[in-house]
Design a protein around this ligand. Structure first.
Ligand SMILES: *[C@@H]1O[C@H](CO)[C@@H](O)[C@H](O)[C@H]1NC(C)=O
Ligand SMILES: *[C@@H]1O[C@H](CO)[C@@H](O)[C@H](O)[C@H]1NC(C)=O
Ligand SMILES: *[C@@H]1O[C@H](CO)[C@@H](O)[C@H](O)[C@H]1NC(C)=O
Ligand SMILES: *[C@@H]1O[C@H](CO)[C@@H](O)[C@H](O)[C@H]1NC(C)=O
Ligand SMILES: *[C@@H]1O[C@H](CO)[C@@H](O)[C@H](O)[C@H]1NC(C)=O
Ligand SMILES: *[C@@H]1O[C@H](CO)[C@@H](O)[C@H](O)[C@H]1NC(C)=O
Ligand SMILES: *[C@@H]1O[C@H](CO)[C@@H](O)[C@H](O)[C@H]1NC(C)=O
Length: 208
């Protein structure tokens, strides 16, 4: 029992650690993302999981093993296809990253929380001519900490997009409710924290 408070203190410290540097990744394969088009919701003829092998008929060619998580999601759309991607997140900011082949221009219309859409494009003009990874398509910070939704549409004169991942930032508000929500949220989204928590819980059980 002597070590019980120490274990609890360690667990509390662990639970509070993520507040200082809250940040998590949403890979293109995360089921929280809704890919949609006139052909339907999810992967279909308008959206597909990218791979170098299936890139022959596509307008971009990158090496997906250099993408975050080794995957990326591709679309090649006409205006009438109404291709879109919707990502909900908890935080105060989000950055969307894309991968691009030489000379690629991705032109999109992006709205936050149902607000007015704004034009965002990413152009790979890297010289010498090489593929670009971790290229920023959209970045917004300093929002109120809550659940937000970012909605990406291929702009009328845009045609394609190779989405790699998103990085969500944000310290949850102080206070019991915010802290509790944040702890549950951080623990559920970080495998290493889940592992350490299970280890600490096991230690507490052993000690008591
Ligand atoms: C998917 O896109 C179609 C075509 O724009 C639209 O009618 C439908 O409401 C969208 N569904 C979802 C779940 O976003
Ligand atoms: C993709 O990158 C990986 C890791 O650098 C490399 O092993 C592989 O050969 C590359 N594939 C192609 C098609 O260039
Ligand atoms: C892209 O950024 C991620 C996260 O910072 C990093 O792990 C990865 O190595 C970067 N990829 C390339 C190709 O630079
Ligand atoms: C697709 O987008 C066009 C242009 O924004 C719009 O006029 C049309 O109603 C949309 N179609 C569907 C099915 O949502
Ligand atoms: C936001 O956090 C709440 C509370 O932990 C959780 O239920 C919800 O699924 C999270 N939403 C997203 C988009 O991650
Ligand atoms: C957020 O707001 C603070 C203070 O208003 C400012 O100093 C900071 O540069 C902003 N950060 C971003 C990423 O916009
Ligand atoms: C992107 O699309 C918008 C709307 O169609 C257009 O006004 C803008 O010029 C395009 N931007 C680029 C860089 O092509």
């Amino acid at each position: 029992m002597r070590s019980f408070p120490a274990a609890v203190a360690a667990l509390s410290a662990l639970a509070f650690t993520p507040y200082a540097n809250a940040l998590y990744y949403i890979d293109d394969q995360d089921p929280i993302i809704t890919y949609n088009s006139s052909a339907g919701v999810g992967y279909n003829s308008k959206w597909l999981k990218y791979s170098f092998e299936n890139s022959n008929g596509l307008a971009v060619s990158v090496n997906e093993s250099l993408c975050f998580g080794g995957t990326a999601t591709y679309t090649q759309c006409l205006t009438a296809d109404n291709c879109s991607m919707t990502i909900p997140f908890n935080g105060t900011g989000i950055t969307l990253y894309v991968a691009q082949d030489t000379g690629d221009i991705y032109n999109t219309s992006i709205s936050l929380d149902g607000g007015p859409p704004t034009n965002h494009f990413a152009y790979n003009d890297i010289k010498p001519q090489t593929e670009a990874y971790n290229a920023t398509l959209y970045d917004i910070q300093n929002l109120t900490w809550t659940t937000h939704t970012v909605h990406v549409e291929i702009a009328p004169d845009g045609k394609r997009l190779l989405f790699d991942y998103a990085v969500v930032t944000g310290d949850p508000p102080l206070g019991r409710n915010g802290a509790n929500k944040a702890a549950a949220f951080s623990i559920s989204t970080s495998p290493s924290i889940v592992a350490s928590t299970l280890f600490l819980l096991a230690a507490i059980q052993t000690l008591s």
